[in-house]
Design a protein around this ligand. Structure first.
Ligand code: ZN
Length: 316
């Protein structure tokens, strides 16, 4: 294909050059100006030299024409008579002035700049963008995995215990928050029983910025499903903001949002800082308990809770 195209360029080039510049049989590229004054011939350089300066490889070279290129661009140069240079099939520079000397081609020195002006930019080399480092967020957060030890919490028909789901999600939330620079304290790191008052007191002693208790729901109506965020009845505006931030993020997990509700759970009433209790979904619902048993779904929920917490901390 390339040879055929070059041939067409050759014949077109000669025809155009002859029509456009009848005087181009003279080498040297100088042409009469309006007053008939004769300009000096520009200096000639070898085509091999020009190719080298353009960072190109010689493909063919003879007394009548030469081709060189760089993979993206192809340059063809024809000697006089009808001399012309082509970049990617398009004529560049003045016709004529290309001379064959001793079997090698010489072109006006000015042709290099003309060729350079018409080169296609090489395809950009793909460089992957630098990894986006999530911005650091400061704050002290208490994450409370509900139940534990002798208290399993809700139990799914499959036998899945709420305390297991809670701890799994809470651990992921804690880990994600620590990656963002947040200081995290968990009320329990393993399967142990902790009194409700003690859970709230951990947050109060630390002077935490916020408290998030993680639970999973159960209802006698097995059709009930979705996640719920609870705040205390007397919840502060900040508790509500935190609830909205978490609810917004969790809403993108594919779970039904049951909106923010008010309930005086002990851990919500007793904590001095903004506090929410997240019910991840219903273990009493067959479909949702199957999802909650899936580590990938739990990770999604954890990411959403962590993102909601970060959103709240950043907006403070
Ligand atoms: Zn619970």
């Amino acid at each position: 294909m390339r040879i055929a195209a070059t041939r067409i360029v050759v014949s077109m080039g000669i025809a155009l050059a002859v029509l456009a510049a009848p005087g181009c049989g003279r080498w040297g590229g100088w042409q009469p100006t309006g007053g008939g004054e004769v300009l000096p011939a520009p200096e000639l350089v070898s085509v091999v030299h020009v190719a080298g300066r353009l960072g190109m490889q010689m493909d063919t070279s003879s007394a009548s024409n030469a081709t060189f290129g760089d993979g993206t661009n192809s340059v063809t140069v024809f000697a006089d008579p009808g001399g012309q240079a082509y970049v990617n099939g398009r004529p560049v520079g003045q016709p004529g002035g290309i001379r064959s000397v001793g079997g090698a081609l010489y072109v006006p020195q000015t042709l290099e700049a003309e060729i350079r002006r018409h080169l296609r930019r090489p395809a950009p080399v793909y460089t992957p963008p630098p990894p986006v480092r999530p911005s650091r967020v400061s704050g002290i957060v208490v994450i409370d995995p509900g139940h534990g030890g002798k208290d399993p919490g809700a139990i799914a028909r499959s036998g899945l215990h709420e305390k297991v789901v809670n701890l799994s999600v809470a651990r992921s939330v804690a880990s994600l928050l620590r990656q963002r620079g947040v200081q995290v304290k968990m009320t329990r790191e393993d399967d142990r029983f902790i009194e409700l008052n003690d859970r709230a007191d951990i947050a109060n002693r630390l002077g935490a910025d916020l408290y998030v208790s993680i639970h999973a729901d159960s209802a006698s109506n097995r059709a009930a499903c979705g996640f719920t965020i609870y705040v205390a009845r007397s919840a502060s505006g900040n508790s509500l903001k935190l609830a909205k931030a978490v609810e917004h993020r969790m809403g993108k997990c594919g779970a039904l949002a049951r909106t923010t509700r008010r309930a005086d759970y002990r851990v919500l009433v007793r904590t001095a800082c903004p506090a929410v209790l997240v019910e991840l979904g219903f273990l009493s619902n067959q479909g949702e308990s199957a999802k909650l048993a899936d580590p990938r779904y739990r990770q999604r929920l954890a990411s959403a809770v962590a993102d909601g917490i970060v959103d709240y901390l950043k907006a403070r």
